[in-house]
Design a protein around this ligand. Structure first.
Ligand SMILES: *[C@@H]1O[C@H](CO)[C@@H](O)[C@H](O)[C@H]1NC(C)=O
Ligand SMILES: *[C@@H]1O[C@H](CO)[C@@H](O)[C@H](O)[C@H]1NC(C)=O
Ligand SMILES: *[C@@H]1O[C@H](CO)[C@@H](O)[C@H](O)[C@H]1NC(C)=O
Length: 368
């Protein structure tokens, strides 16, 4: 429950809550390129940590920014740890589902056609600049349509997001409209929803790589969760997502390269966790897949799990003398960066964020 709600409940609670600093959720009118007119809400905790991380929390179909704000614990967690939360609100008046189907939304900085991802990414850039936020610690997590949007944002903008968590989503590109029609932003891909779209790991990988041709840089880490009884985005999408992301991350197919650790009843009874890591890097599970036995589409938003995975609860390394998890830090693809633009950014660690950020700003500005 949000601090805002606590204030509204009873006089007793008002007294208790009054001692707790509470943030605000302004609707932002930013001068950004936002071609599909997504509404932008930004939760600013009362105690913002210096150089704050950013969490993007896209809503589910028929949901809204305010529904996620109200119905999740992100505002409370942001209050506790001092991070910013972007709650975007879909412009789709039919069913308030995100555009996870258009060619533009599935592309890295598309040239001319409007798609939802670019508006959200430009909200991130704006927030980084306005709040001196940490460009290396931008995360995304959602349920259902928000989970599909999470996988789409990670696939199209691996240079913006450090990690994501998807509760009941589908693979990147699975919802693509026929011929990637640019006008079909609200396309409901029933074949994908029903788990009828299957591809090989190499094919799924090619779909992601097609979003940002030529990119050979660092890829965000990812957690996916799916109920075996999902009645909206059917369970085969879990297996297809595993094929896709393990292929993209280079964590499939070769037993000498990949370790898969299976843990029963984690984090809940009847849920099984599969953690994928490179051999010798068991503490860096770059991809985690959770199969929730007996659970339908209503899998829920597990904010604490996402916050932990993103290390948003890590404040200045928690005094452990280490950095909190961030873009470019760790991962199975560390060696593949050399010789690319992104690799160059990584290799010169000190200049990385500056030069990468400028590179991105340039792209954003030129599209105004
Ligand atoms: C976004 O809003 C502008 C200004 O009102 C309008 O011209 C444009 O057509 C809108 N874009 C979409 C995709 O609806
Ligand atoms: C906020 O959440 C409460 C409890 O889940 C619900 O009863 C209420 O209708 C919600 N309010 C809004 C504005 O979404
Ligand atoms: C786990 O599965 C068993 C067997 O299907 C069932 O009896 C039990 O209620 C389930 N537990 C939870 C917490 O869902």
């Amino acid at each position: 429950m949000s601090p805002f709600l606590l204030l509204c409940l009873t006089p007793t609670l008002t007294l208790t809550a009054a001692a707790v600093p509470t943030g605000s959720l302004p609707k932002i009118s930013a001068d950004i390129y936002n071609p599909t007119n997504i509404t932008f809400y930004l939760y600013q905790p009362a105690r913002l940590t210096p150089n704050p991380p950013i969490l993007v929390s896209p809503h589910w179909c028929h949901g809204s920014a305010l529904a996620v704000y109200n119905g999740s614990s992100y505002a409370k967690l942001a209050e506790q740890y001092g991070f910013l939360v972007i709650f975007p609100d879909s412009p789709n008046t039919d069913d308030h589902c995100w555009d996870v189907s258009s060619r533009a939304t599935l592309s890295h900085y598309p040239a001319t056609e409007p798609g939802d991802t670019l508006g959200i990414v430009n909200m991130v850039h704006w927030t980084i600049k306005q709040y001196a936020a940490d460009a290396g610690r931008v995360f995304v997590s959602g349920v259902s349509s928000g989970a599909m949007m999470t996988e789409v944002l990670l696939g199209a903008y691996p240079d913006v997001f450090a990690a994501g968590t998807a509760f009941a989503g589908v693979p990147f590109g699975c919802f693509a409209s026929p011929e990637n029609d640019k006008t079909r932003r609200g396309y409901w891909n029933d074949d994908c929803a029903r788990g009828k779209i299957t591809k090989s790991p190499a094919e799924w990988k090619a779909v992601v790589e097609g979003a940002y041709p030529g990119y050979r840089g660092w890829r965000p880490k990812l957690q996916i969760f799916h109920g075996t009884e999902d009645d909206v985005l059917f369970y085969p999408n879990f297996e297809e997502s595993i094929k896709q992301w393990t292929a993209v991350l280079g964590l499939n197919g070769d037993a000498s390269w990949t370790t898969v650790a299976k843990t029963d009843d984690t984090p809940f009874a009847n849920w099984t966790k599969y953690a994928y890591s490179a051999v010798g890097h068991g503490d860096e599970t770059w991809f985690e897949a959770y199969s929730a036995k007996g659970v339908n589409h209503n899998i829920g938003n597990h904010e604490e799990i996402a916050v932990k995975f993103f290390e948003l609860d890590c404040v200045s390394g928690n005094g452990e003398g280490r950095e909190c998890f961030r873009w470019g830090n760790g991962g199975p693809l560390g060696n593949s960066l050399k010789g690319t633009e992104e690799g160059a950014c990584l290799e010169v660690a000190e200049f990385r964020l500056n030069s990468c950020f400028k590179m991105r700003n340039h792209v954003v500005d030129s599209r105004r």
